[in-house]
Design a protein around this ligand. Structure first.
Ligand code: NAD
Ligand code: WQD
Length: 355
């Protein structure tokens, strides 16, 4: 079975994807510098699966480690999760964001090219759609960025599309076709049903679900709902929340697609396409709060607050392309997302910190 390098494999989406990859018979290898994660998360993956995964505690920008990994393992494809992802922080620290997200991707594709491994799954984001003009969002919608994080994703998408174009034109990558899936995630939430791994943000969470979870477990007092005057069903923001295990399975299907050479039917045998990973359904903040209360049996105190700068009213996917190309659709419901998130948070009130 194929060997898959997973950058950022100790993170939230990475750990869940490791479980799905192992379940599908792949051999994952992890590189993570633990900048936003803990080794304990990987121990939990080991406990859940009973399998050992080789781990390199290193930065993806470190060319020597990358060369060593490709030398020591027959890598067939790469899933590239590593990067920084906090929107607000990216506005305050743009250089760190461009340095980490762009340079790690450049070093990675250079190492892949040198070792003849040209199958890549990249973590993009629905943030590349900016403020949607039309919903649901199809992959051909206009792209824009409102912050350095989003811009880093857009730049990387363009860079990866250029790789495929060069191979088609017989340019500097002549004869070396790339097969690249640019997966645009909507809002990943929830946790593995074991409750042993889940999202464990540093400090006060920026995102809705981790915030609700920490209110439910008593770490935070109340939720602020950012904006009750949006043109949506109940005035609160609408998003496409997707269970992290559905997302993980989407990665397995993307890897299967690329390894199966199904992208090679594209012109010049090179493939670099964006694919939305979402459920296709919009859920408001109030609906999410009510669903979490029902799943947890806990009341979530909240108060209405002003809109958060940069937020859009509504954002949800047209998930048709993933179904057509990858044969993948999200199966889990909002209630599953809430139940699994609550199991993780209630069993691990302090995240991975308590060991
Ligand atoms: P995460 O922070 O939990 O995981 C990222 C992992 O990468 C962490 O373990 C971190 O330590 C590691 N890392 C960061 N920079 C590194 C580097 N230079 N070298 C080695 N390791 C490094 O984030 P996540 O939620 O699992 O997200 C994974 C990817 O998906 C990111 O690229 C993110 O931008 C993207 N994404 C996430 C979301 C979301 O809401 N979680 C939505 C859309 C896209
Ligand atoms: C969801 C809804 C908020 C917190 C972000 C990134 C995006 C992607 C996913 C990486 C909105 C409301 C939130 C709170 C609230 N990440 N909210 N009170 O903003 O859709 O997307 O994460 O690529 O790029 O921007 O997710 O969970 O922060 O917010 O009312 O304390 O919840 O206003 O309507 P968002 P989110």
């Amino acid at each position: 079975m194929s060997t898959i390098l997973v950058t950022g494999g100790a993170g939230y989406i990475g750990t869940h994807t490791l479980i799905s990859l192992l379940g599908a018979g792949y051999h994952p290898v992890v590189i993570d510098n633990f900048q936003n994660s803990k080794p304990e998360a990987l121990s939990r993956v080991r406990q859940i699966t009973g399998r050992e995964v080789p781990v390199y505690a290193a930065d993806v920008r470190d060319e020597r480690t990358l060369a060593r990994i490709f030398h020591e393992h027959p890598i067939d494809a790469v899933i590239h999760f590593a990067g920084l992802k906090a929107v607000g922080e990216s506005v305050r620290m743009p250089v760190s964001y461009y340095d980490n997200n762009l340079i790690s991707t450049l070093r990675l594709i250079q190492a892949m090219d040198q070792h003849g491994c040209r199958r890549l799954v990249f973590s993009s984001s629905a943030t590349v759609y900016g403020d949607p003009a039309r919903l649901p969002l199809t992959e051909d919608a206009p792209l824009s960025a409102t912050n350095p994080y989003g811009r880093s994703k857009l730049i990387i998408e363009d860079m990866l599309r250029d790789l495929a174009i060069a191979a088609r034109l017989g340019g500097d990558a002549a004869g070396t076709a790339w097969q690249i899936a640019l997966l645009r995630y909507f809002n990943p939430v929830g946790a593995h049903p074991s409750g042993m791994i889940g999202e464990d943000p540093n400090g006060i969470p920026n995102n809705l679900f981790p915030y609700i979870q920490q209110v439910a477990v008593g770490r935070l007092k109340e939720l602020q709902i950012f904006g009750a005057d949006y043109p949506t069903t109940d005035g609160t923001g609408v998003r496409d929340y997707i269970h992290v295990m559905d997302l993980a399975e989407g990665h397995v299907e993307a890897v299967r697609f690329l390894l199966g050479g199904r992208g090679a039917a594209a012109p010049g045998g090179s493939f670099a396409e964006a694919i939305n990973l979402g459920t296709g359904s919009g859920v408001s903040v109030l609906q999410a709060v009510r669903a979490f209360e029902a799943a947890s049996g806990k009341q979530i105190p909240f108060r209405m607050a002003p809109r958060r700068p940069g937020d859009v009213a509504a954002c949800f996917a047209d998930a048709g392309k993933a179904a057509r190309l990858l044969g993948w659709t999200a199966r889990r419901k909002l209630a599953d997302m809430c139940e699994d998130a609550w199991r993780w948070q209630s069993l691990n009130p302090l995240g991975f910190a308590q060991g």
